[in-house]
Design a protein around this ligand. Structure first.
Ligand SMILES: [Fe+2]
Length: 373
């Protein structure tokens, strides 16, 4: 296993992989559609973390020298150990060895249905115990959902992803298990990742369908857009997508998110080159312009939870239905997988790495789709 990261652990050696013997009595699903208050950050604004906080100096030097940085991104990975989830985890592991991916960016919905800490061993730590890559990201609606008598909204996400220091996760300590991955130390659930080649501003779009972002996050977002390094590509990550042609009405594009992004672009004078979203369990890519600048939107909630139906599956540019001025470039519902994004100076190459969820074992093949911004 090559050297990855510093001051914390990300995976077991392959010889140490083990099965969880405990079982979870999953809380039955009922819809939570309220805006949920969430815990305060343990760090101070402006909630920024540089990639050098996670990687060895030798890894940072390699990125600078090679002028190249690869990362993985997908959303909606949480599930009760179904084949989709396990196959995506295996592809991630195989691809990390091949591509030398330096981090994984989660687009939300890590744990279903209520983001409970007791679900983390089952749905997260066990599944990725062989994936020796730092895992960071933003929460989705399921990570913030509440049920009557359950834990407060988003507490488990904050404990696992926004810990004050890396440590054995409390949910694993409680059952006497260690899967080799320590807690992550993001500054907040909405936060900015800076790297030598690009910036990612990650939002927490809360629980309601379509997403809701309130103050102080709105002002923080506007300022982070304005302060982002103008010499590097800018990525915005949000769980609820601005554009989507999902059949499920609660998985369609969000006017609320569109307005939020438009106002941030107006305020800052910046337009992100790429907007990444999850929530919808398939892969879709759109292109439009904001303030006369090109902006690409990728929906990648295809991390293993399920496969969502689409109103329109296309493999060439098509006007997006009911979405004036927007082009649907590609969409498919037939796979689960993740984005492999390769950054070089001023450029991002995206590749959709996926499997049909049934082929045993999953094979790391050619990308299903590619894009460049
Ligand atoms: Fe979601």
């Amino acid at each position: 296993m090559s050297t990855v990261g510093k001051n914390r652990r990300f995976a077991h050696p392959p010889t140490n992989l083990k099965d969880l013997t405990t079982t979870v009595d999953h809380t039955p699903f009922h819809a939570d559609s309220r805006f949920e208050d969430f815990p305060p950050a343990k760090a101070s604004p402006p909630f920024r973390m540089d990639l050098s906080a996670l990687l060895h100096q030798s890894e940072m030097d390699q990125i600078t020298n090679d002028k190249k940085l690869v990362f993985h991104a997908t959303g909606d990975t949480g599930n009760f150990k179904n084949a989709f989830q396990i196959h995506v985890a295996e592809l991630l592991r195989l691809d990390a060895e091949k591509s030398n991916a330096k981090f994984f960016y989660h687009l939300g919905d890590v744990v279903y249905d209520y983001g409970e800490d007791r679900e983390y061993p089952d749905q997260f730590y066990e599944i990725y115990q062989g994936y020796n890559v730092p895992m960071i990201g933003i929460p989705g609606n399921h990570d913030g959902s509440e049920f009557s008598g359950g834990p407060n909204s988003l507490v488990a996400f904050m404990d696992n992803f926004c810990d004050a220091r890396p440590e054995v996760p409390p949910s694993l300590r409680a059952i006497g298990v260690d899967f080799g991955r320590d807690t992550m130390t993001q500054p907040n659930c909405f936060w900015t990742l800076t790297t030598p080649l690009f910036t990612i501003i990650g939002l927490y779009t809360n629980v309601p369908s379509g997403g809701i972002v309130r103050e102080p996050q709105v002002t923080w977002f506007n300022n982070e857009m304005k302060n982002a390094d103008p010499k590097k590509p800018l990525i915005v990550a949000m769980h609820h997508p601005v554009h989507s042609v999902a059949t499920n009405v609660s998985h369609r594009g969000s006017q609320e998110m569109k307005t939020l992004l438009q106002k941030a672009c107006d305020f800052s004078g910046r337009v992100p080159q790429l907007v990444l979203a999850g929530h919808v369990h398939n892969y879709q890519r759109f292109t439009t312009t904001i303030n006369k600048k090109k902006c690409m939107f990728v929906v990648a909630g295809c991390g293993g939870h399920a496969m969502d139906q689409l109103d329109l599956a296309v493999s060439k540019d098509t006007p997006a239905p009911n979405d004036p001025g927007v082009t649907l470039n590609f969409s498919t519902k037939d796979f689960v997988g993740f984005l492999r994004i390769t950054a070089t100076p001023g450029k991002l190459l995206g590749e959709y790495i996926a499997t049909n969820g049934t082929t045993e074992p999953p094979v790391l093949g050619k990308p299903i789709a590619t894009f460049e911004v």
